[in-house]
Unconditional design. Structure first.
Length: 200
């Protein structure tokens, strides 16, 4: 079984209607992402680079990077989106991360850096159609890296419902998805971890 994009949106809207804001769901997702990374990998003395865009997939990345930084891990963020286009929840977590940076030292970087793990937080369930040229460049850089590649929700470049794999797409070693598998992830179920964000 898998849930479609529309089904996920309906579940999230219902959760919000019953008192669970989407910002809380994003924090749950981020906590789950960090828990999976801690379970799967030895993160001590490793550099984890989150590559984030301006949608809510990027928001998950901002929040997860903040949590990892608070835990003492070397988490860095490369923001390849546009600040003016940040969605509400993503913007909140972007601002929180910028505030953390003031007291905790540099988190944001302005280019790809050497990393042990790269987290693809570029496009998630809102993705459709071929990638924009700037995102093609980012995906190519991720794929060219020798780092372990982890995607949040779905690998960037894969259409979540239509099961279309565009070229290029992130060649993920691990996928961390929320609530349940998505249709596009059924062929990749063996390398997908599901995070429970308590949607009912």
């Amino acid at each position: 079984m898998a849930v479609t994009v529309q089904e996920m949106k309906s579940l999230e809207d219902a959760a919000e209607k019953h008192g669970t804001p989407k910002l809380v769901l994003m924090e749950r997702a981020a906590e789950g992402i960090v828990a999976v990374l801690e379970r799967k990998f030895d993160l001590q003395d490793k550099t984890i680079l989150f590559v984030c865009y301006h949608g809510n997939n990027g928001g998950d990345g901002f929040a997860a990077a903040r949590i990892m930084h608070e835990k003492g891990y070397s988490a860095k963020v490369l923001f390849i989106g546009e600040e003016a286009k940040l969605k509400a929840e993503a913007r909140e977590n972007y601002v929180r991360l910028r505030e953390s940076e003031k007291s905790a030292g540099q988190i944001f970087v302005d280019r790809f850096i050497d990393a042990n793990i790269i987290v693809d937080a570029i496009l998630g369930l809102s993705a459709s159609g071929p990638l924009a040229p700037a995102l093609v460049v980012a995906v190519d850089r991720i794929n060219a890296s020798s780092a372990i590649k982890v995607s949040i929700d779905i690998p960037t470049g894969i259409d979540p419902d239509a099961k279309v794999v565009h070229r290029p797409s992130v060649r993920s070693d691990l996928i961390i998805t929320m609530h349940d598998l998505k249709p596009c992830l059924l062929p990749y179920r063996d390398k997908t971890a599901v995070v429970d964000i308590f949607l009912h």
